[in-house]
Design a protein around this ligand. Structure first.
Ligand code: AMP
Ligand code: ZN
Length: 466
């Protein structure tokens, strides 16, 4: 089977040829650990987990190295630490925030069926030169200065974008011409407004490391250049993330890594997942449609009920990874029904070989809609093997059904209250309202049965949909 991947840099789908088939190397930008991960953050984690699994299948589980970093130095983290632990010294408060958030993230993505990457480096461990000699940020910045790609100004070390003739090649953004007098005051120390921070000085109550440029902290982009080089070398196979990272983050990673190492590429394939929105709108806290992975798994905030990790995973994978995805209650219900059906088909069958048709569809730039169509055509044994490759149908049917009954449990008081309101609406012949309430209950997974009691009056009973 042939694997072809879409490369954002060259804008084409190409046959994937690893630099070294005995060590296929992939880097994906991970979370900034200051708060619970939201369901949009889950998308790159799930998408690249499927690619990781596919690469392991093709090249052997011991021949793939997958690195996903943890960003544990960031001004958002400092703010959160000061807010949540005002009594503690900042360093301690930061450690509390990042440790709790990182372990929550790990628990969330494990519940979504994702394997742990081979390495999950934390940025703070790669700021200064390391005893083990792996790449670090300070050494990279020194190299950039030595090669004439970076300069110190105004308490910062900046990358000099004009020192790189093809800066902007990933995002297709050309360097803006410098217009005299057009610079805003805050940028006055920059040679070019597009120059970006590699290092900035820290005030006394900000986290900092002693460096040749004073006590300070790294810019965001340099973290990934250091941690990818630390585990994957100067040039590696695949670099991934959400498409919001193309500019400036990945553009600047490329600039730093290529200029520091004197290479023509940082990674040979640049892959980006599309964005997730919720019920047709951009997800945002102010719109009240912001959901964390944890809320979907453990609370009744979305659609009035909890959802299983497996249903969330399939709902995410039904859409092609490069397309935008609309996250809806309906989409989750559809995914759940599909899993119900597949668990019924598989029964107690053992897994056989992964279907060649499923592999072909996956190999075509992970064409998941096609993969799902192929899954519907498989025998029980092949369905189990093929779905397992995607991290799906990993439970027994009995486990799935037992967990589903729990997940579908709803707030009984709320259901009873809605049913009373519906009975009243029906009594006053407001059928529009009674239908609306029935639909609302259906969205919560509750099915109604209307009958008559012994006294001849209408009685409505309910059950959780299967
Ligand atoms: P952040 O913590 O914002 O840096 O995001 C971590 C990862 O999640 C990055 O790969 C982002 O591209 C991705 N991401 C953030 N929001 C969304 C979204 N709404 N849809 C898809 N991916 C997202
Ligand atoms: Zn990154």
């Amino acid at each position: 089977m042939e694997l072809r991947l879409y490369d954002t840099l060259t804008k084409d789908k190409r046959v994937f040829t690893p630099i070294d088939p005995s060590d296929v190397r992939m880097y994906v930008c991970g979370p900034t650990v200051y708060d619970f991960a939201h369901i949009g953050n889950a998308r790159p984690v799930i998408v690249f987990d499927v690619l990781f699994r596919l690469l392991r299948h093709l090249y052997g589980a011991d021949h793939v190295t997958y690195v996903r970093n943890i960003t544990d130095v960031d001004d958002k983290i400092n703010d959160r630490a000061a807010r949540d632990f005002p009594g503690l010294p900042l360093n301690e408060a930061i450690r509390k925030v990042t440790e709790a958030t990182a372990s929550q993230f790990q628990a969330d993505v494990t519940a979504l069926g994702c394997l742990s990457p081979t390495h999950q480096p934390r940025a703070t461990e790669f700021v200064l030169p390391r005893p083990d000699g792996r790449a670090d940020m300070v050494t990279l910045i020194k190299q950039l200065i030595a090669r004439g790609h970076a300069y110190e100004a105004g308490g910062e070390v900046l990358f000099d974008v004009q020192s790189m003739p093809d800066y902007g090649v990933l995002s297709g953004r050309r360097l803006e011409e410098q217009k005299a007098g057009a610079r805003i005051a805050v940028d006055a120390h920059k040679k070019n407004p597009a120059d970006f921070v590699l290092w900035k000085l820290s005030s006394e109550n900000e986290p900092g490391w002693d460096s040749p440029w004073g006590r300070g902290r790294p810019g965001w982009h340099i973290e990934c250049s250091a941690m990818s080089a630390a585990y994957l070398g100067d040039v590696f196979d695949i670099h991934g993330g959400g498409l919001d990272l193309i500019f400036p983050h990945h553009e600047n990673e490329i600039a730093q890594s290529r200029c520091a190492h004197g290479t023509h590429a940082m990674a040979n394939y640049w892959m980006h997942n599309g964005f997730l929105q919720v019920e047709g709108e951009k997800m945002s806290k102010s719109l009240g449609n912001f959901f964390t992975i944890n809320e979907l798994l453990t609370t009744e905030k979305f659609g009035g009920r909890k959802w299983s990790g497996e249903a969330l995973r399939l709902a995410m994978l039904k859409t092609h990874y490069r397309s935008p995805i609309d996250w809806t209650v309906q989409g989750l219900q559809d995914a759940e029904k599909m899993l119900d059906r597949w668990y019924d088909v598989v029964g107690d069958a053992p897994a056989s070989e992964v279907s060649a048709d499923v592999l072909d569809a996956l190999g075509d730039d992970m064409n998941m809609p096609k993969v799902i169509a192929e899954l519907h055509r498989q025998s029980p044994e092949s369905l189990k093997a093929s779905a397992n490759l995607l991290g799906l149908l990993t439970q027994t049917g009995a486990q799935w059904r037992a967990n589903q009954t729990q997940d579908r449990s709803v707030d009984e008081g709320a259901v009873e209250a809605l049913i009373r309101a519906r009975t009243e609406a029906r009594a006053r012949k407001d059928f529009k309202e009674s239908d609306r309430i029935r639909d609302e209950l259906a969205a919560m997974g509750v099915v109604l049965k209307d009958g008559k009691g012994a006294d001849g009056k209408p009685v409505t009973t309910w059950e959780i949909a299967r």
